[in-house]
Design a protein around this ligand. Structure first.
Ligand SMILES: *[C@@H]1O[C@H](CO)[C@@H](O)[C@H](O)[C@H]1NC(C)=O
Ligand SMILES: *[C@@H]1O[C@H](CO)[C@@H](O)[C@H](O)[C@H]1NC(C)=O
Ligand SMILES: [Zn+2]
Length: 419
């Protein structure tokens, strides 16, 4: 006969065993779903780490062994990463300087990464490419440009980036552009310059619809979110933003906007950055799942996606430390009674739906000419820009030079009068 102590030990072991089995069962189911539907992540800053840590000298990097990033090839395999929008990000202080060149270099490093590791990555520009890569068990690699400053107020540059494979543009990063306000306007730390989008900013939206480029509303203020939702012919994305009701950070999406995203069949891809997840420096995987639950409650599982922001942030939740850990989050959703269909929607079906619709809108607009009306010269703030092509800009220049001269002369006159 077992002693009481022995029975207790047996019971404890049985409970531990049962819990372990149950957890494994959820993870097994997560893996199964991830083998049927690609996990598509909206935002990863590995290319920025390649610049920061190696000045884009990819030849000196082994992505199989790299251990100073959240992302490397073994972690990608373990995390079953089906498709990734790699971020072509350059900081706001490149605006009016070398933003376009630096962005081109980030686009280049993604292309080179795909060429160097063809067993792992397949460069992708369409919904069809994503599914093709998934069938070949490769990570479909798309590009998103993070911040309107990267196009230097030029529709020609926007179009050229599309030609290079760029499939989303985040309208702003953390600075206003000559045509759009950024999210810091909502915190009060940046002034509003355009009440959202300027008329040229609206031209950018129309042109993105025509091109078939996803419009990314991460990093924009609520005014811009609503203006774009009013006018875009195609659904929008938030490539890496979480729910404002769960953590009231201005980078997150308020409930009324979540509902508009639902009406317009767009997607909000949840960011894992601790500061956006809990509004504090620490977070757990379950806190991220709370954002998923909240968005599902407010707007349904059909607008949710994953937008981890790996290698773009410094603090990540316990249990989601790098890209290998994402299946644990999928398992957590299953543990919270998400259905298989809901989980698959969040994994990839939603993003695929949005991308297909953006492609369909493009295909319906092929008869429309590219917009070649440039931004008005006086709306540019770049002292580095020449004015070639703007017939009146020379006059504006000489007039402002004349005005400056008169001001100086007047000041000199006042100064001399004072003595
Ligand atoms: C990281 O990689 C470097 C270079 O391959 C190696 O020297 C180092 O020991 C590694 N560090 C850890 C913590 O694995
Ligand atoms: C999941 O569903 C089961 C069975 O209906 C229920 O007992 C459990 O409380 C639910 N769990 C959650 C987290 O909602
Ligand atoms: Zn960002």
């Amino acid at each position: 006969m077992l002693s009481q102590f022995q029975s207790a030990v047996c019971l404890v072991l049985w409970v531990i065993g049962a819990v372990t089995v149950a957890q494994d069962a959820y993870l097994d189911r997560a893996w199964k779903l991830m083998s049927e539907t690609p996990l598509i992540d909206g935002h990863n800053d590995l290319p920025w780490q390649l610049r920061k840590q190696f000045n884009n000298e990819l030849n000196k990097v082994d992505l199989n062994k790299l251990n100073t990033t959240h992302t490397n090839i073994p972690k990608i395999k373990e995390g079953r990463l089906g498709a990734q929008f790699w971020s072509a990000y350059v900081p706001c202080d490149t605006q009016y300087k070398d933003a376009v060149r630096q962005t081109l270099e980030q686009i280049d490093v993604v292309h080179r990464m795909c060429q160097k590791y063809p067993e792992t990555f397949m460069f992708a520009t369409s919904s069809q490419d994503i599914m093709e890569a998934f069938k070949m068990k490769k990570t479909a690699s798309l590009i998103g440009v993070e911040g309107g400053h990267s196009i230097d107020s030029s529709l020609g540059t926007l179009r050229t980036m599309y030609q290079l494979g760029v499939r989303y543009l985040t309208l702003t990063h953390s600075c206003n552009t000559p045509w759009a306000d950024n999210w810091l306007v909502d915190t009060g730390s940046d002034p509003s310059q355009h009440n959202g989008l300027s008329p040229f900013g609206k031209q950018v939206i129309v042109e993105m619809n025509r091109l078939g480029m996803l419009i990314d509303l991460a990093h924009v203020p609520v005014a811009v979110m609503n203006q774009v939702l009013d006018m875009s012919k195609a659904p929008v994305i938030f490539s890496h933003s979480s729910a404002y009701s769960v953590c009231p950070h201005k980078r997150n999406v308020p409930d009324d906007v979540l509902k508009r995203v639902k009406e317009t069949k767009g997607i909000v891809m949840v960011n894992f950055y601790n500061d956006y997840v809990t509004c504090s420096q620490t977070a757990k995987l379950s806190n991220v799942a709370d954002h998923f639950d909240h968005i599902k409650k407010v707007a349904g599982a059909d607008i949710i996606g994953f937008g981890g922001d790996y290698d773009g942030v410094t603090r990540l939740p316990e249990g989601l430390e790098d890209v290998s850990k994402v299946p644990n989050l999928v398992a957590e959703l299953l543990r919270r009674n998400w259905t298989d269909a809901e989980v698959k929607a969040a994994l990839g079906d939603n993003l695929l739906r949005v991308l297909r619709e953006v492609e369909a809108v493009r295909d319906n607009l092929t008869s429309r000419s590219p917009d070649d009306v440039p931004i008005p010269y006086e709306e540019l703030q770049s002292s580095c820009r020449t004015s070639y092509g703007y017939p009146d800009a020379g006059v504006v220049h000489s007039l402002s030079a004349l005005a400056l001269l008169l001001t100086l002369a007047l000041q000199a006159l006042i100064a001399s009068a004072a003595y």
